[in-house]
Design a protein around this ligand. Structure first.
Ligand code: 3IX
Length: 157
């Protein structure tokens, strides 16, 4: 059995995100893990994730990069501090900025692989670079600026 994903450690009150919340039955429920210095998410797009026949919708790609980035940011902070991901207080990150370059059309059909690297950790901010690949070919590149979430965010205020 594979080890738990970063998202498996999200506290219940922040586990409903459409991209990464394990408690959102209609969402993508992505799962991200370390592979050495890189974080990796694998995702199988469904037929409805179509842009034009045969190709993946760019919004889905952005969504995957987004939540891959926020998950990697949290995991990177735990790793930097040598803390287990189930230790308290929990680190929660939201997206401050999301940038995606679509390099070539992403074929719809096979699994996508998102690979991330931590570019910078500074104060409450973590910058994560990511690539999206299909069948070994990089089709998109992204950057996420994730900022540690203020406490009031999870209470809907
Ligand atoms: C392995 C982990 C396991 C455990 C994990 C545990 C918990 C994690 C759990 C869950 C994760 C949480 C949620 C998951 C759900 C969703 C994730 C998916 C992503 C989303 O779907 S989430 C929704 C969309 N997202 C928003 O709805 C954000 C709206 N926004 C704001 O709420 C504020 O805007 C905020 C909070 C971003 C900042 O506000 P603030 O007042 O707290 O902080 P402040 O402004 O002081 O910025 C502090 C430093 O970030 C820099 N900075 C700020 N903004 C920047 C930008 N745009 N570009 C570049 N840098 C920026 C500043 O320059 C400064 O940097 P410096 O300190 O170096 O000067």
């Amino acid at each position: 059995m594979s080890e738990p994903a970063f998202q498996d450690f999200y506290p219940e009150n922040v586990a409903h995100c459409y991209g990464c919340g394990r408690l959102n039955a209609s969402g993508h429920r992505i799962q991200t893990r370390w592979e050495g210095e890189e974080s990796v998410t694998r995702f199988q797009p469904r037929p409805e994730h179509m842009a034009i026949p045969g190709f993946v919708y760019g919004g889905l790609i952005a969504s995957l990069v987004d939540c891959h980035g926020t998950g990697t940011a949290a995991a990177a902070m735990y790793r930097q501090e040598g803390r287990a991901m189930d230790s308290l207080p929990a680190y929660r990150f939201v997206t401050a900025s999301l940038h995606v370059d679509y390099l070539r059309p992403t074929p719809l059909g096979g699994e996508l692989e998102i690979r991330g690297r931590v570019k910078e950790i500074k104060g409450r901010r973590v910058v994560v670079e990511a690539t999206v690949s299909a069948a070994g070919l990089t089709t998109a590149r992204g950057e996420v600026v994730a900022v540690q979430m203020p406490d009031h965010f999870s209470q809907g205020s």
